[in-house]
Ligand binder design. Sequence first.
Ligand SMILES: C[S@@+](CC[C@H](N)C(=O)[O-])C[C@H]1O[C@@H](n2cnc3c(N)ncnc32)[C@H](O)[C@@H]1O
Length: 260
Amino acid sequence: MSTAGRDLYDDDRFFAGYRRLRDSAAAINDVVEIPALDRMLPPVAGASIVDLGCGTGALARRLADAGAADVLAVDSSRRMLALATPHPRVRLLRADLDELALPARSADLVVSSLALHYVADYPGLVERVAHWLRPGGRFVFSVEHPVCTAADPMSGWVRTEHGTVWPVDDYAREGSRTQRWIIEGVQKHHRRLTTLIGALLAAGLELTGIDEPVPSDAALADRPQLAEHLRRPPLLVLAARRDDAARAGPGSAPPGRGTR
Ligand SMILES: C[S@@+](CC[C@H](N)C(=O)[O-])C[C@H]1O[C@@H](n2cnc3c(N)ncnc32)[C@H](O)[C@@H]1O
């Protein structure tokens, strides 16, 4: 049996372990992922922002504190949303990202922190994000790196007679994966780098940034166990922009796809 991402964070056994992990020295969120995401973010003063898979809303609140006009923070987990501290410019919405519908041209920035590897239809979501963005709007997100999601099951580090290795297998076979992560049967979705970037381009977005962040020297000095993340990339961060000139220009749309 596997547990889809949309239900995972409301599972009691999973949630207790997740909170422990998130607060532990092994977590790379605060020292690797969030700094990398921040480097890609545009100025947010006055912006209308959507946070996909917001969890307890920390990023949404930070963006609101940085001057965003409004932040719509979306997550499927009742429990994660219940832990969110209210903020006058953050609106929480419980919804499945695979079904989320928002008004066209309603957002200046769509962000997502480590949630899109749970989404079943990534190209479909990217199409919708492109639709929600205003001209010039940005989409900035992090996901688990495809090197990490490839193997089925996602075994993580494996001990061999030659030391520990991270197996990368079945890379070209995209789709659902299971992982023993805190509990058995956590379901994620593997996509090739080509698909992660190609869906942005196919939706008429311009790729403006890419990063495979690793711990800084300072973080490694403080927490030497993070050095394993230098051996294979844990995360991928992508940034894209809705470029209406390119969308409207002759020959700019990929074959078979119209411009919106
Ligand atoms: C790793 S947590 C990240 C939370 C937050 N973005 C952060 O960085 O702290 C992934 C989040 O994605 C949410 N999620 C997973 N699948 C989802 C789906 N299909 N629709 C909406 N939210 C989903 C989970 O409930 C969880 O809160």
